[in-house]
Design a protein around this ligand. Structure first.
Ligand SMILES: Nc1ncnc2c1ncn2[C@@H]1O[C@H](COP(=O)(O)OP(=O)(O)OP(=O)(O)O)[C@@H](O)[C@H]1O
Ligand SMILES: [Mg+2]
Length: 366
């Protein structure tokens, strides 16, 4: 086999378009190495993470391109995730690739519900996922994942630090102040102390190597939110809103806060968008109004990641400890909506990561 064949393969694979980034593999410098013998072709690809949603499609596409040129050889594809520059502080949570905050200026709009289902949908796709319930006043992860009464295992390191091990449920690693403190205890904490507790949660938990760590934030734009956005190298934020005008002012404030501290907004999830009665599926009621999510997404120039209906399984899942997307009894359309929201989050994460991988790390020499 000659160099010309290798060049042909390189060119053909280089013409594949990354479905999320809408750029060719050549433009992305994704094709690294190709080795070819009479019997086999090994092709080494490096792509922007995370890859779970696209890996299979891309591998099939590469295989068919190679087979079109050398039909009789065994093709092996080696796909590696490209290293991306982090947004800020490089010393914390170094074993987590993508750190995503789920936030809203407003309370009760479904942040925890979206965070729990997003984490679950990412896990279903094969990603290694953790969820940090950062709502110190009203932790909800223990209830939402059926872990009431669970405590966190802790160990003391040689230098005297206490490190906690997250609990694991449905294959997701979960940490919450609810595992170390009673609800009424947490409720009496005030501003700076809360921020201190939050920092402890972030610094002293032994996560595995994760593709995603989802932060379920308490409502508002106060101390905790600021601590998080300043101390953690967030990949981006998912903003949750309900459709009505009254929710939007808080959401705008939340978007402004993240922008001020240079955290990318991955997009807006509109929750409680509509209600379809189970006994009258031809009807659709917009109980909390219509269109707020797309208004706020448009005016902020960010994508609308999805519209999640008001749904019994979503509500009861939160109370019964089984996120709706994991429950086989949940309506197909609701499950698909949640999975699509997760796929859109992954796409936007890849877009942010692609941009970061191209920003040169600036070395300052004094
Ligand atoms: N799409 C939905 N359909 C039905 N019920 C929902 C939906 N989204 C959220 N809920 C319910 O609404 C309540 C509030 O949701 P959730 O706790 O997720 O909100 P939150 O924004 O995290 O609240 P907080 O500001 O207190 O942290 C919960 O009982 C939850 O089960
Ligand atoms: Mg919450």
């Amino acid at each position: 086999m000659n160099q010309e064949t290798i060049n042909n393969i390189k060119q053909s694979v280089g013409s594949i378009v990354d479905p999320d980034l809408q750029r060719t593999f050549s433009e992305l410098k994704a094709v690294h190495d190709i080795t070819l013998t009479d019997a086999s072709c090994d092709i080494y690809i490096e792509l922007i993470p995370p890859l779970h949603w696209i890996a299979e499609t891309i591998e099939n596409e590469i295989k068919s391109k190679v087979k079109a040129i050398v039909p009789d050889v065994e093709v092996t594809i080696h796909v590696r995730e490209k290293q991306v520059n982090r947004n800020g502080n490089n010393n914390v949570l170094t074993n987590v690739t993508n750190l995503i905050a789920v936030a809203s200026g407003k309370g009760g709009v479904g942040k925890s519900t979206v965070a729990a289902n997003l984490a679950s949908a990412l896990m279903l796709q094969g990603a290694k996922v953790g969820l940090l319930d950062a709502d110190i006043y009203g932790p909800s992860a223990p209830t939402m994942f059926g872990l009431q009464g669970a405590t966190m295992q802790a160990e003391k390191t040689e230098d005297g630090r206490i490190l906690g091990t997250p609990n694991k449920q449905y294959g997701i690693e979960i940490a919450s102040i609810g595992f170390v403190m009673q609800r009424d205890q947490a409720a009496i904490l005030r501003g700076p102390m809360l921020a201190g507790y939050f920092k402890t949660l972030v610094d002293q938990i032994l996560w595995s190597d994760l593709d995603f760590l989802i932060f379920d934030l308490p409502p508002g734009t106060g101390d905790i939110q600021l601590t998080l956005t300043q101390q953690i190298p967030l990949t981006g934020a998912v903003i949750v809103t309900t459709p009505q005008e009254i929710a939007l002012a808080d959401v705008r404030r939340s978007i402004a806060m993240f922008r001020k501290v240079q955290v990318d907004i991955l997009g807006v999830v509109e929750n409680m968008s509509y209600f379809i009665p189970p006994d009258a599926p031809e009807k659709k009621y917009h109980i909390f109004g219509k269109g707020g999510g797309s208004i706020v997404a448009n005016e902020s120039g960010v994508p609308l990641l999805g519209e999640l209906p008001i749904n019994l399984a979503v509500r009861s899942g939160g109370d019964d400890g089984l996120p709706a997307v994991l429950n086989p009894d949940t309506d197909f359309n609701v499950v698909e909506t949640i999975k699509q929201i997760a796929a859109n989050v992954v796409k936007e994460t890849r877009i942010v990561n692609a941009r970061r991988s191209e920003t040169p790390v600036i070395q300052i020499t004094l």
